[in-house]
Write a protein that binds this ligand. Structure first.
Ligand code: COA
Length: 574
């Protein structure tokens, strides 16, 4: 089973972006590649991005919608930052004398380059709101190395794991594996959230999978460090114990399978948390941890020192030269489509996302409802695959061809997705033939995307509906990162395409029932509904997109700077 996991994670997910180079080769390779990309980029043509009077009406409708979306985004961000609320913050900081999770990250990280993953995960669930899903996750630089950080927020029900918390941890580990990111766990958790234990324990993607991943990550030479900065009870106890190196904070950190109340109930013994599983016990007697820290600050500076021993040659910062787009990035708010019918030419968006607004288009005059080409985002070369209408037969063939070219040349792919659900029933035989041909071509593109081993990033800028979303690297196609604009709508069918007059023929008899169904469909299609359930890696504002993409591409590239040996366990012939 483990071998199978290693094979899948090692060969397919990591693809050819595995670190197998020694430091000298690696540095040379990256520098040459980057210099070459920058030099070539100057000759890429600038694409037209002017917003013309004819676009104004749609632009203004989109802007009004984007304002509403931004307002909702800010509201949710405020809510998330409050964690478990005022009372829990007082208990955490004053009674338990612990730092809040965001302050912990501030002390651990080099700077404020933190890319938070799915901050809205856990909001609006059937079992209520679980801010940050009870644990922050994201990627930040520690001692010059991009690391994944998974940090419990103990103000949310003692940092206990809800089903959504487990899902978030597993996604963070998956990102770490796919991008070969060293991982730091800040553990402060009461273990399973007991009222929902049936949804947490038994299944494959439940709690135990976190520890399975820890083992697999270690075998894949992805270093993991844990800081015990609170309770690590029950399942929580395995995280630091399975990490490669663990630090525990005196009088704050504890590790045990069952806490003092359970010991009392089972044996009648009174025992303090400190004696049962405190910092001194684990650093001197059990050996479950490797470093004793007198304070939290001490623990984070030790973690930074440990990470500085990892075998990476971080890229020099001066590689970060790049051109800004020629067109105003703020105008993206008016280009983010409020629905499929308010979609403007995708090049208006690309001209505000790409370095120098430059794109070397591939097959510019063929299958024009898909735009493909090479460009730079904050100095990183990417292959762009962007919807510009329906994914027709020609557009799908062009997409397949271009995806394979990028795969051949080791160029990461950036998908800009805006799809609509297709008509399922052809009105006549001619159309039926067209539908079948389109289906065949889309199947090729789906296969090309699924099998491409280069890193992929998907950005849903509008609709994510129906089969076309698969060809555009939807979640099931394992993009390294998938973000949504707040105006995005995600659902099998596009609710805006359904009307009562059409639906009467489809068997609906009660108009009120139909409208209720439509409203539910619209609510369930919102970007915030999706993000609350972790179907993506977060909602990002259009005007922040360039920065986020630039960061993701740098994070992805870090694995080329790894100095790990090619040595691995040999295959045993039987
Ligand atoms: N499941 C569900 N809720 C839990 C919980 C659990 N395992 N552990 C704690 N909570 C809840 C508490 O009921 C409390 O809820 P409230 O804010 O609505 O009152 C909240 O989390 C905070 O707990 P509290 O004990 O007041 O905070 P604390 O900071 O003093 O201690 C813990 C936090 C986690 C150390 C402590 O609650 C604890 O030891 N819990 C039991 C852990 C356990 O036995 N887990 C076994 C899981 S298999």
């Amino acid at each position: 089973m483990a071998a199978l996991g290693l094979h899948r994670l090692g060969s397919h997910v990591l693809g050819r972006w595995q670190p197998v180079l020694c430091s000298t080769q690696c540095t040379l390779h990256s520098t040459q590649a980057a210099a070459g990309h920058r030099k070539g980029a100057h000759s890429f043509p600038v694409i037209a991005g002017d917003i013309l009077p004819i676009h104004r009406h749609v632009y203004e409708a989109n802007s009004r919608n984007s304002d509403r979306c931004r307002h909702r985004y800010m509201e949710l961000m405020e809510k998330v930052k409050l964690g478990g609320g005022e009372k829990a913050i007082v208990r955490h900081t004053q009674r338990n004398k612990k730092l809040l999770v965001r302050e912990r990250l501030r002390r651990l990280l080099d700077d404020d380059t933190f890319l938070e993953i799915c901050p809205f995960g856990g909001l609006g669930l059937p079992y209520g709101d679980v801010p940050s899903a009870g644990a922050l996750s994201g990627i930040g630089k520690i001692s010059g190395i991009w690391c994944m950080i998974i940090a419990n927020d103990a103000t949310v029900k003692g940092g206990t794991a809800y089903p959504i918390s487990v899902k978030k941890q597993l996604r963070a580990q998956e990102i770490a594996i796919q991008n070969r990111l060293p991982t730091v766990y800040l553990v402060d958790s009461g273990g399973a959230f007991l009222p929902l234990q049936a949804q947490l324990f038994p299944d494959k993607e439940h709690g135990g999978r976190t520890f399975y991943n820890e083992a697999i990550m270690s075998a894949l030479k992805i270093p993991q460090v844990a800081v015990v900065c609170g309770s690590c009870t029950a399942g929580g106890a395995y995280i630091p114990t399975m990490a490669e190196e663990t630090i525990i904070v005196d009088r704050i950190g504890t590790i045990f399978l069952a806490g003092p109340p359970l010991v009392k109930a089972a044996t009648g013994e009174d025992v303090s948390a400190e004696d049962l599983g405190g910092a001194r016990l684990h650093s001197r007697v059990s050996g479950c941890v490797d470093h004793f820290a007198a304070t939290e600050s001490d623990a984070y500076s030790r973690a930074r020192m440990i990470i500085s021993t990892f075998s990476y040659d971080p890229e020099p910062e001066d590689r970060a030269e790049f051109e800004d787009p020629v067109y105003d990035i703020e105008e993206l708010a008016g280009l983010a489509p409020r629905d499929y019918y308010h979609t403007l030419d995708i090049k208006l968006i690309l001209s505000r996302l790409l370095d120098g607004s430059k794109l070397l288009e591939f097959k510019a005059d063929y299958g024009t409802t898909l735009v493909t080409g090479f460009a730079l985002v904050e100095g990183n070369l990417v292959g762009i695959v962007a919807n510009n209408g329906a994914l027709t037969h020609d557009a799908s063939l062009k997409g397949s061809h271009f995806v394979q070219i990028c795969d051949q040349r080791d160029i990461p792919l950036l998908f800009l997705q805006n799809t609509s659900s297709q008509d399922l029933l052809p009105p006549n035989v001619l159309k039926a033939e067209q539908f079948t041909n389109r289906l065949k071509a889309q199947a090729s593109m789906i296969a090309a995307v699924a099998c491409a081993t280069v890193p992929k990033i998907t950005l849903v800028i509008g609709g994510c509906h129906g089969g076309e979303s698969f060809a555009m690297c939807g979640r099931s196609y394992e993009p390294n990162f998938l973000f949504l604009w707040p105006n995005a709508r995600i659902g099998l069918v596009d609710a805006n395409r359904l009307s009562w007059s059409d639906q009467k023929d489809e068997g609906w008899t009660d108009e009120t029932e139909f409208r209720n169904h439509m409203n539910r469909l619209k609510e369930e299609s919102s970007a915030f509904y999706s993000s609350g359930r972790l179907w993506d890696d977060g909602v990002i504002l259009p005007q922040d997109t360039r920065q986020v993409l630039g960061k993701c591409l740098k994070i992805i590239r870090q694995q080329r700077c790894e100095r790990v040996s090619v040595r691995s366990s040999p295959l045993l012939r039987m």
